[in-house]
Write a protein that binds this ligand. Structure first.
Ligand code: SIN
Length: 483
């Protein structure tokens, strides 16, 4: 039964880009499978008029949704979570087809996505306020929390399910309405999630998806309209800065989860085998296309040889291929621009003296060989820009102070990792690193109930846990003078 529903929903999504916010739209654009070049399906190509209509619906739906109790909203969210899990295989296959993620990772992402809905179905009930001790005997002071209003959410292509629920679940739990614009490369997963929301009994105008091949035209009405009270965006720092400036026009609240350039520090007392296992997981997950991927792997000079030998074996053993195969570990890059950037980082590093001990070549198609670079030094682009690909650069260091300074020498501040068995060093270095997320002997720290987000050019605000709910709540102060 669940399978039939999933297939029906998927066929509907794939054939005409069903979207609650864009029902009768005739214009569509194709979604291309990056592994094969085949057309996966078509999505409705919304324009500014559709955006304005979606805003009207979101604004009109807000008072009704806000008036529901957190328990009522939580019931619908829980049903949505159940449907997401029931349709795990359909969602996972759609994601792998849209953007090339290996199917085992896509299945993991569906569970991760459902985890946010699960968490916020309950957390919405804990939007507590405060009673403030009064300065005057005849006054009572309260601070309460209220939903911010209609939200514009913009999500990336690299996690087509989890980045949707990481924003939408807390917003809906808080009592906000949401219009979501997914990335053009992988919008069908969001469309399917919205269809499941409706199947769960969620009101269509409370969560709408607008797919488009022209994000600027669709975004403009949201920035111009003061009734849209919040922008939440995950994507590049470059685009995030532009949207931040646009949001200022109507003084919206903003959450920005932007680029990263994660350092991975392996000290001389680290468990080398464990560090290699985890660096492989964080570096090659999603073909290196995550904001929290290890981008700069600093290894103490005294263990460098042992580390490089072990990691070379692991990189060589990676199975690259068809994202729909259960044995594939690395799929293609999402598009030509992504592949070109990875190739240019490798050729720049090699031209400046780095060596590819494994891989180093592009192809076939949008695939790039899993690559291990050694002799990487300052001045190479790969140490300055986010690579977003399956390339691991190794840099040697000898002093703790120097490696912390090098790790912090970047505009970014999303995630950083360190490997040591020394508890003092674990605290000292994690406190010294200017990052929002630190993994100590842990390459995969993200989880729905913990805060995810960065400092500096990596963004503003946090998603996940109780911090994620607060992003969608305004504090209202009420002072009551007793008669
Ligand atoms: C991201 O790359 O932004 C998401 C990574 C994660 O949630 O683990």
């Amino acid at each position: 039964m669940a399978k039939a529903i999933a297939l029906r929903t998927q066929r509907r999504s794939e054939s005409r880009g069903f979207s609650p916010g864009c029902k009768e739209h005739m214009k569509t654009f194709n979604i291309i499978n990056p592994a094969t070049g085949a057309v996966v399906g078509a999505a409705a190509d919304a324009g500014a008029g559709d955006a304005r209509a979606a805003i009207e619906r979101a604004v009109a739906a807000f008072p009704l949704w806000k008036a529901k109790t957190a328990f009522e909203r939580g019931d619908i969210l829980r049903r949505w979570r159940d449907l997401i899990l029931k349709n795990e295989e359909a969602i996972a296959r759609l994601m792998s087809n849209e953007m090339g993620k290996p199917i085992t990772e896509s299945r993991g992402e569906v569970k991760y996505a459902a985890g946010f809905v699960d968490w916020y179905a309950e957390e919405g009930k804990r939007a507590y306020g405060d009673i403030i001790p009064s300065h005057a005997g005849a006054k009572r002071l309260l601070a309460t929390r209220q939903p911010v209003g209609a939200v514009y959410a913009v999500t990336p292509w690299n996690f087509p399910a989890a980045m949707v629920t990481r924003k939408v679940a807390p917003a809906l739990a808080a009592g906000c309405t949401v219009v979501l614009k997914p990335a053009e490369q992988s919008p069908l997963t969001a469309v399917l999630l919205a269809a499941l929301w409706i199947e769960a009994g969620g009101p269509a105008d409370v969560f709408q998806v607008l797919t488009t091949a022209d994000p600027a035209a669709v975004s403009e009405p949201f920035f111009a309209d003061a009734r849209v009270r919040k922008l939440t965006f995950t994507g590049s720092t470059e685009v995030g800065k532009l949207l931040y400036a646009q949001a200022a026009r109507t003084v919206k609240r903003v959450s920005l989860e932007l680029g990263g350039h994660a350092p991975f520090l392996v000290f001389e007392d680290a468990d080398i085998a464990a560090a290699v296992t985890q660096v492989m997981a964080t570096k090659f997950r999603n073909a290196g296309q995550t904001c929290v991927c290890a981008n700069r792997i600093y290894v103490h000079a005294s263990i460098r040889e042992a580390f490089v030998t072990k990691m070379s074996d692991a990189v060589r053993a990676l199975r690259v291929g068809d994202p729909l195969s259960d044995t594939t570990q690395v799929g293609p890059l999402v598009d030509r621009a992504g592949l070109d950037k990875v190739a240019s980082h490798v050729s720049d590093a090699v031209a400046k003296g780095a060596r590819a001990v494994v891989g180093g070549q592009a192809g076939p198609g949008l695939f790039f060989e899993p690559t291990l670079l050694v002799d990487v030094v300052a001045g190479m682009r790969i140490l300055e820009e986010e690579t977003f690909g399956p390339v691991a650069p190794i840099i040697s260091f000898t002093s703790e102070a120097d490696v912390v300074a090098a790790a912090n020498n970047t505009p970014y501040g999303l995630a950083a990792y360190l490997w040591t068995r020394d508890l003092g060093r674990a605290f000292r270095v994690s406190e010294a690193l200017d990052y929002g997320i630190i993994g100590v002997n842990d390459g995969l720290p993200a989880t729905p109930h913990a805060p995810f987000g960065g400092v500096k050019a990596s963004g503003i605000g946090r998603e996940g846990g109780r911090w994620g709910l607060e992003e969608y709540l305004d504090v209202k102060y009420v002072s009551i003078a007793l008669p």
